[in-house]
Design a protein around this ligand. Structure first.
Ligand SMILES: NC(=O)c1ccc[n+]([C@@H]2O[C@H](COP(=O)([O-])OP(=O)(O)OC[C@H]3O[C@@H](n4cnc5c(N)ncnc54)[C@H](O)[C@@H]3O)[C@@H](O)[C@H]2O)c1
Length: 469
C-alpha cells in the first residue's frame, strides 16, 4: 500500500506551515503559497484503486461466521452480544487476544450461556491474529484492540476477504483513514466503525425527528465526549499495557470524537447530501494529568510524569458544505459528570441532552413539559427499540444501544442490506482526530476535510437504519 502521507513529510510540513501562519520559532524555507498548497493537498484524494462502496451490499449471509480480535473490556461485551444471536443468526468460529487470560475468560462466558459456541482460540503473541484471519470459516472480524492496531487489523482482514467491524475510532492519521477507504474499495468488503451511540434510543428518535423536519432546517449542533477517565488512564490493569494514556503523552487534539459526532453526522445527512468541509481546533493547556500523576503509587510507570501533550479541554468547530456548524468537545480528565451534549438546532426547534429537553417554535420560549415531550418521543421512537425490547433488557450494553448495534450489524448481513455506517463514515468521523491535531499545531488554522466519497457526498440518500429494518 502506497504511503500517502509519510510521517517525515508530515512533521516537516507541520513545522513549515507554522511559519506561514506567523507562528514563532519556525524557519520558513518554503514560500507561503507553497506551504498553503501543501496543507491544501492534505485534503486531496489519492488515486482510487477499487469501486465505490456507497450502498454496498453482499448476498445474504444466513448465519454469519464471526471472529474476534481483542477481548478486553469492550471485546468481551461484543462477544456476549454476538453469542446472544447464536446459533440462529451467527456462529462464533474463532477468537483471539494476545493475553491467554482474556481468551480463557471468553471461553468461560460462552460455556455459561449455553448457546453451543466452540471457537478456535488464538493467543500468546502480538501477531497471532494474522494467522487467525487466514481461516476460511470467517465472514466478519470484530476488532476491539487499542487504537494503534485498528487500521492494520482492518486492512489485513479485508485483504483476506473478511468484512470488518472495528471499534472507535477506526483510525487517527490521514494516511490510515485513506488506507481504510482504498482497501475496502479494492477488496469490496464492508468496513464498519461500530459507533454504538448512533443506536441509542434518544439518538434514534432525534434522528427520526430531524429527518422528518420537526426541528425545521438544521443549522447547528453541539456534541462531546466528556467522561472523567483519569483513574482508568493511570490504572495499570484496566487498559492493556496502559495504551490509552500513551496517546495523551504523544499528541493533542480530539482523540475520541465519534460518540458525539456520529449521531450528529446522521442527523445532518453527512455523506448523504451534505459533508464536513472544514475544521478549526483549540485546546486548553494540560494540567490534570500532571497533577494527578503525583498522587498515584510510585511503582506506576506514569508516577510524577509531566509533559502530556493532550490539552485538558479540546474544542473543535466544523463547518459543513451546506453551511451548518458543529461544536465537538473532548475532555476525559476534568472531574465532572459524563456528557455527550447531543444538542441539535433548527429553524423550528431545538434539542439538548443531559437531560433530554426539547423546545419547539410554536410552544413559546420554554422547554416542552413532560407530557408534550413524552408524546413526541412516543411518536418518533424507532420501531427497533420496541421490537428488540426483550434483548435490550436482557443484554443491554450502554443502556441497550450496544445490543441494538450488534443486532443491526448481524441482521443487515443476514438480509444482504447495506450497513448503517459505511467506510466513508468511518473515515470522515475519524479524520477529525488528525485534523484537530494539525489545526492546533498550526495555531488553530482552518483545515479542509478530505472527501472520502470522491464527490458523491451530495447524493441525497437514506440511511439504512431508516430504510430497512
Ligand atoms: N464504543 C464504546 O462504547 C467503547 C467502550 C469502550 C472501549 N471502546 C473501544 O474499544 C477498544 C478497546 O478498548 P478496551 O477498553 O476494551 O481496551 P482493553 O485494553 O481492555 O482491550 C484491548 C484488548 O486487546 C488485546 N490486544 C492488544 N493487542 C493485541 C494484539 N496485537 N492481538 C490481539 N489482542 C490484542 C489486549 O490484550 C486487550 O485484551 C478501543 O478502541 C476503545 O476506544 C469503545
Amino acid at each position: 500500500m502506497k504511503n500517502y502521507f509519510s510521517r517525515r513529510n508530515f512533521i516537516k510540513l507541520s513545522a513549515l506551515s507554522g511559519a506561514a501562519l506567523g507562528l514563532k520559532g519556525i524557519t520558513p524555507t518554503l514560500s507561503k503559497d507553497k506551504i498553503l498548497e501543501k496543507i491544501d493537498n492534505l485534503s486531496s484524494a489519492p488515486k482510487q484503486i477499487g469501486k465505490s462502496l456507497i450502498e454496498f451490499s453482499v448476498p445474504p449471509i444466513k448465519q454469519v461466521k464471526v471472529a474476534f480480535i481483542g477481548l478486553g473490556n469492550r471485546g468481551i461485551e461484543h462477544l456476549q452480544l454476538v453469542d446472544s444471536l447464536c446459533p440462529e443468526k451467527a456462529v462464533i468460529t474463532a477468537i483471539c487476544d494476545v493475553q491467554q487470560i482474556k481468551v480463557d475468560a471468553a471461553i468461560e462466558e460462552l460455556k455459561k450461556s449455553g448457546h453451543g459456541q466452540n471457537p478456535k482460540v488464538y493467543a500468546g503473541t502480538l501477531d497471532i491474529w494474522k494467522e487467525m484471519i487466514k481461516r476460511d470459516d470467517i465472514d466478519l472480524v470484530i476488532i476491539s484492540t487499542p487504537w494503534e492496531d485498528h487500521t492494520p487489523m482492518c486492512v489485513l482482514s479485508m485483504q483476506h476477504n473478511k468484512h470488518v467491524a472495528v471499534e472507535v475510532p477506526a483510525a487517527y492519521t490521514f494516511e490510515d483513514t485513506w488506507k481504510l477507504v482504498n482497501t475496502a474499495e479494492e477488496t469490496q468488503r464492508h468496513c464498519m466503525m461500530m459507533e454504538n451511540v448512533c443506536y441509542g434510543d434518544e439518538e434514534l428518535w432525534l434522528l427520526n425527528m430531524a429527518q422528518q423536519g420537526v426541528l425545521g432546517t438544521l443549522t447547528y449542533a453541539e456534541c462531546a465526549y466528556i467522561h472523567n477517565l483519569r483513574e482508568l488512564l493511570f490504572s495499570k490493569d484496566y487498559y492493556y499495557n496502559m495504551w490509552r494514556i500513551r496517546h495523551h503523552m504523544n499528541r493533542d487534539g480530539n482523540h475520541y470524537p465519534t460518540h458525539g459526532l456520529g449521531p450528529v453526522a446522521q442527523y445532518m445527512n453527512i455523506n448523504r447530501g451534505d459533508s464536513f468541509q472544514s475544521l478549526v481546533s483549540m485546546s486548553s493547556f494540560q494540567a490534570s494529568l500532571d497533577e494527578y500523576s503525583k498522587q498515584i503509587e510510585s511503582t506506576n510507570e506514569f508516577f510524577n510524569k509531566s509533559g502530556y501533550k493532550h490539552g485538558d479541554m479540546n474544542n473543535s468547530l466544523i463547518k459543513t458544505a451546506n453551511g451548518k456548524m458543529i461544536l465537538v468537545q473532548h475532555d476525559v480528565v476534568t472531574p465532572r459528570p459524563y456528557n455527550r451534549i447531543n444538542a441539535l438546532a433548527g429553524t423550528k426547534g431545538y434539542h439538548e441532552g443531559y437531560p433530554s429537553r426539547l423546545s419547539l417554535v410554536d410552544k413559546g420560549h420554554k422547554w416542552l413539559d413532560e407530557t408534550d415531550h413524552n408524546q413526541l418521543i412516543e411518536k418518533y421512537k424507532h420501531p427497533l427499540w420496541d421490537k428488540l425490547k426483550a434483548g435490550i433488557e436482557k443484554y443491554g450494553g450502554h443502556g441497550g444501544m450496544d445490543f441494538v448495534m450488534i443486532y443491526r450489524l448481524i441482521d443487515s448481513l443476514n438480509n444482504g442490506w447495506f450497513l448503517d455506517q459505511d467506510v466513508y463514515d468511518a473515515a470522515s468521523w475519524s479524520v477529525v482526530i488528525p485534523l484537530s491535531t494539525l489545526s492546533i499545531e498550526l495555531g488553530s488554522a482552518p483545515l479542509k476535510f478530505p472527501d472520502f466519497t470522491r464527490g458523491r457526498w451530495n447524493e441525497n440518500r437514506e440511511l439504512g437504519i431508516l430504510k430497512n429494518y
